[in-house]
Design a protein around this ligand. Structure first.
Ligand SMILES: [Mn+2]
Length: 336
């Protein structure tokens, strides 16, 4: 049997940005749930930080989430432990958004106390965020629990918190050494040391995630292997659908890759959107003129340099350079 694992979904991130929420939900709609459907996976573990904000909920975020996430989630068994972002207070987990907002769903199993689950004979220990109130109880459970796999939201020293930057000031990982595998949320980049696996977020949330490989995990209860399913959508750029960079309405912007941005510019907008400078080269020069410039340009040449060609076509010499620059950019983007 296979079990899917999520962590640090941070719904409502970036100050309840609806653009980010749409990007997060598109991962679930286009990748995660179809994968589960295709692989006959019925159980999902969530290792904490379900919502982004610790103290409040934005009703628009909540409404969209119920509509686009929970309506599909109801077909699965969802098992969640608390992360630090789920709890209202820092010293106790008692008041938490997961229980307040979603506790009434029967498929939403929240483990506020350490609990051992069993899937097809494989025991998995689930422990919540460790705070001063539950610390003794959780550590006692970790010392005595007979599950080979432990899931939680640990803050451990010496693990990467940002790519290339280790975190110090957390707990030493020694208390986890008795497990075959420890799976954890909390740090948002995927990293692994000894038996501890920080799974990383499923999608990019900040510029710290730029070009970082994201995805979700699946564990096989028979082989106990942890499989990483990569999220192929690393979309660092914003595309303005109508080409107007000042039109920042939510329905006019979408996440895209540099390649998609260049393609949209070339195929949909006929390259009228890059900027004023780029716009002028497409309105003042024909395709033949531009091809001629690209093919024949020779720096400082008395016939085919920027200035003589500018005289030939009746444009500013910077326009000639823009034609060349644009052509190189487009080629680089399309071949990237
Ligand atoms: Mn987190």
């Amino acid at each position: 049997m296979k079990i899917a694992i999520l962590n640090d979904t941070h719904f409502g991130a970036r100050n309840d940005s609806s653009v980010f929420l749409d990007y997060f939900l598109s991962f679930f709609e286009n990748q995660f749930f179809p994968y589960l459907e295709n692989h006959d996976i019925k159980n999902i573990l969530h290792l904490g930080d379900f919502m982004d904000r610790r103290k409040y909920v934005n009703f628009n975020t909540l409404s969209i989430l119920k509509d686009r996430f929970f309506n599909t989630l109801r077909d699965y068994n969802f098992h969640m432990v608390l992360g630090n972002h789920d709890t209202f207070y820092r010293n106790t987990n008692k008041i938490n958004s997961a229980s307040e907002l979603f506790g009434f769903y029967d498929f939403f199993n929240l483990y506020e106390n350490p609990t051992t689950l069993c899937f097809d004979g494989l025991k998995i220990g689930m422990v919540p965020w460790i705070c001063s109130e539950n610390k003794d109880k959780v550590l006692d459970y970790i010392r005595t629990c007979d599950a080979p796999i432990l899931c939680g939201h640990f803050e451990l020293s010496g693990y990467e918190v940002l790519r290339g930057m280790n975190f110090f000031g957390g707990m030493d990982d020694g208390f986890l050494s008795r497990f075959e595998k420890v799976l954890s949320g909390h740090f948002h980049i995927k990293s692994n040391r000894k038996n501890v696996h920080y799974l990383g977020t499923q999608y990019q949330m900040t510029f710290a995630d730029l070009d970082d490989i994201k995805g979700f995990h699946v564990i096989d209860t028979e082989t106990r292997e942890l499989e990483f399913i990569e999220n192929p959508e690393n979309k660092p750029d914003i595309n303005h659908i109508d080409g107007d960079k000042k039109n920042n309405r939510v329905d006019n912007i979408e996440w895209c890759t540099k390649v998609e941005n260049a393609r949209h510019s070339r195929d949909v907008l006929k390259s009228a959107c890059y900027s004023k400078g780029y716009k002028s080269i497409y309105t003042t020069l024909t395709k033949e003129d531009r091809d001629f410039i690209i093919t024949n340009y020779k720096s400082r040449d008395c016939e085919h340099g920027a200035r003589p060609m500018a005289r030939k076509f009746g444009v500013h010499h910077k326009t000639i350079l823009k034609v060349l620059k644009d052509s190189i950019c487009l080629q680089q983007h399309l071949s990237a």
